[in-house]
Design a protein around this ligand. Structure first.
Ligand code: V47
Length: 387
């Protein structure tokens, strides 16, 4: 064992946490807080790296995907969000089903295995629009996995369709939904909720959606939006709540959370634009602490759109084993410039980012099955692009 692993931390306050990590014990809320309060960011990274290597060796996962944000019209006005528009406002848009299918077809033709579709809570679109969208993508691109709709959109559908959660999820699944993304979680805390996303459903509803999805065999992801008005203890409680549902799902449901995606708050152009946003060290600590607290969620994603490409690369040594994917277009946030929302990482760039620090780049599908391609045709030859 190397000297670092024999004694990964230099902060005496982290010694007992380090012992627990080395013994594969579950960390407590107090352990999580001790990690946040420590300045030993390298020690925290080494601990998170121990856990990520135990789970994934030196693999870093990515996928070929395309994000589609079908509308920015939203009934809500969350203070952290710079994406939403009201009807008639400059920049407001909604995509037709035909436009969405065209984007999916373009993605499939370019080798994508997944479309990730989310949007605002549109004030007048009917439930059949969402079902038509899924059916049309399924018909046009049978190989594509459709990961779509945050828990908040799903709750919105129960209201517009006057159906139960289970009925909505089953209808979506029958129309082609493959899994749920993790969005809309923000911070599971009533104080933070009332300060920055009042009007949005509370955390119990977010959990109800993911619990119901898991029970129906629909896998999902989880997120945490950090670096705005929340405190470290609220972040840790958020992580503890996620792992509690994961305990339940792993014990009694055919599906569970696949991946946790900590999202670094980007203040620009939001109502919280006066806030400084998280620093690089907060980003690294938060990603590493997510890895350490969430012993039962397999993957931790550094989403390069939010964390930035450079920091996402560094985060591979701070517990992260996934980078999301090629993305191509992303409307919800943009780090720099006001212009196009074309935000794309080519596969060759992803591989370069992953290999430079000595990791192995592994293309995966949405459900983390490894994908192999024919090097001449680029076609999928093994792994399960279809589910
Ligand atoms: O729910 C909104 C967040 C989320 C801002 O499941 C912001 O694999 C930062 O959930 N600064 C949507 N974040 C994105 C999302 C996601 C992304 C990538 C992968 C997956 C996955 C999920 O974006 C929203 C909200 O929490 N968000 N505004 C902002 N200003």
């Amino acid at each position: 064992m190397s000297r670092e692993l024999a004694n990964p931390v230099s902060d005496p306050a982290l010694m007992s946490v380090a012992q627990k990590v080395m013994a594969s014990e579950v960390l407590s809320q107090d352990d999580g807080l001790a990690l946040y309060h420590s300045r030993d960011v390298h020690g925290i990274g080494r601990l998170a790296d121990v856990v990520r290597r135990r789970l994934h060796g030196n693999k870093v996962y990515f996928n070929r995907n395309r994000h589609i944000n079908y509308t920015n019209l939203c009934a809500l006005s969350c203070k952290f969000c710079s994406f939403y528009r009201k009807r008639g406002e400059e920049g407001a848009y909604e995509m037709t089903v035909e436009q969405i299918v065209a984007a999916a077809q373009e993605a499939a033709a370019g080798g994508a295995t997944e479309v990730h579709i989310v949007g605002g809570l549109h004030p007048s679109l009917q439930f059949h629009y969402y079902l038509d969208m899924l059916r049309a993508i399924r018909a046009a691109c049978p190989q594509l996995h459709i990961k779509a709709f945050t828990a908040i959109e799903i709750i919105h559908f129960t209201r517009i369709a006057r159906l139960s959660l289970q009925e909505v999820l089953m209808a979506l699944r029958d129309a082609g939904l493959g899994s749920l993304p993790g969005g809309g979680a923000e911070i599971f805390d009533d104080r933070v909720h009332d300060e920055v996303f009042k009007g949005k459903v509370r955390s119990d509803k977010w959990f109800a959606v993911h619990r119901a999805a898991h029970r129906l065999g629909i896998a999902s992801n989880a997120t945490m939006l950090y670096g705005h008005v929340e405190r470290p203890e609220e972040r840790i409680s958020h992580l503890v709540k996620l792992r509690e549902l994961q305990v339940e799902s792993l014990a009694s449901s055919p599906a569970c959370f696949n991946c946790m995606v900590p999202l670094s708050f980007i203040p620009e152009r939001s109502e919280l634009g006066h806030l400084p946003g998280p620093t690089g060290l907060t980003d690294l600590k938060t990603l590493a602490i997510a890895r350490l607290m969430l012993h039962n969620i397999a993957h931790i994603k550094a989403f390069w759109i939010m964390q930035g490409i450079g920091l996402s690369q560094v985060a591979l040594d701070w517990g992260c084993d996934d980078l999301d994917g090629t993305v191509v277009w992303y409307d919800i946030t943009k780090r720099t410039g006001a212009g196009t929302t074309h935000q794309e990482l080519h596969v060759s760039d992803i591989k370069r980012i992953v290999r430079e620090p000595g990791f192995a780049a592994v293309e995966r599908d949405t459900l983390y099955r490894e994908i192999r391609r024919d090097p001449h045709t680029d076609r999928v030859v093994a792994g399960a692009g279809v589910d």
